[in-house]
Write a protein that binds this ligand. Structure first.
Ligand SMILES: O=C(O)c1ccccc1NCC(=O)[C@H](O)[C@H](O)COP(=O)(O)O
Length: 214
């Protein structure tokens, strides 16, 4: 079983190097000012070259307008855009066409009905990302370190290409993979010592736990 693994919210060369050494398929940069993981496009542009030819660079945005995306795409040169807000199917299509880049559309999941929301995005988004709903009081639509009920994913058609995220860590990834059948995993808080501060040791432990589980 080959699983894509995206380490998200990276901000330092050291953490990127560790993620790549361990075999990350994707590295994510966050462009959302309220996040402790936020980077300016110029900062991400300097970091992204480390991943060239090794992993796909994913730019994570939340209801970004064209001006913001224009800057991110030209300065960071991402391989993929992750839309983590309330983007409509029409907006996802517009973004794909405008930048000629694959788009991963994020959905917040708490109950079965939340998965029905992907229907109008099928054939539009290149991949889905299922995350937990933000807890009350959080200003972040992602990166909250909270899991959802993975058994809900059993209702998905096998053809749905998705990454699983939300509160994953070295301690629960075996349980998650026993229940869900994702094409990829996406993790942020679970490999941090503090919000926005990645731990090289936790990154290594996460990969070790994934290898043991598959
Ligand atoms: O991580 C953030 O700060 C963030 C902020 C705004 C939108 C999305 C964000 N993260 C997106 C991701 O892809 C995270 O990896 C995903 O939500 C999982 O996070 P975690 O539960 O901390 O592992």
């Amino acid at each position: 079983m080959t699983l894509d693994i995206k380490i998200c919210g990276l901000k330092s060369r050291e953490a990127i190097a560790t993620a790549l050494e361990e075999g990350a398929s994707h590295i994510g940069f966050i462009f959302f000012e309220k996040s402790p993981r936020h980077l300016e496009p110029a900062e991400a542009g300097l970091l992204r070259d480390a991943a060239s030819g090794k992993a796909k660079v994913v730019a994570v945005t939340v209801d970004a307008d064209n001006a913001a995306l224009d800057e991110i795409v030209s300065v960071v040169r991402p391989d993929m855009l992750q839309l983590h807000g309330r983007e409509t199917p029409e907006r996802v299509e517009e973004v794909r066409q405008r930048y000629n880049l694959p788009v991963m559309k994020a959905f917040a999941v708490r109950e079965a009905g939340d998965l029905d929301k992907i229907e109008p995005y099928k054939g539009v988004a290149d991949r889905f990302l299922f995350d937990a709903k933000a807890p009350k009081g959080s200003e972040l639509p992602g990166g909250n370190g909270v899991s959802f009920d993975w058994t809900l994913l059993a209702r998905l058609d096998e053809s749905v290409d998705y990454m699983l995220s939300g509160g994953l860590n070295a301690g629960n990834i075996a349980d998650a993979l026993a229940v869900a059948n994702p094409a990829g995993l996406d993790i942020s808080s679970g490999v941090e010592d503090a919000p926005g501060v990645k731990s090289q040791q936790k990154i290594r432990e996460f990969f070790r736990a994934v290898r043991a589980a598959v």
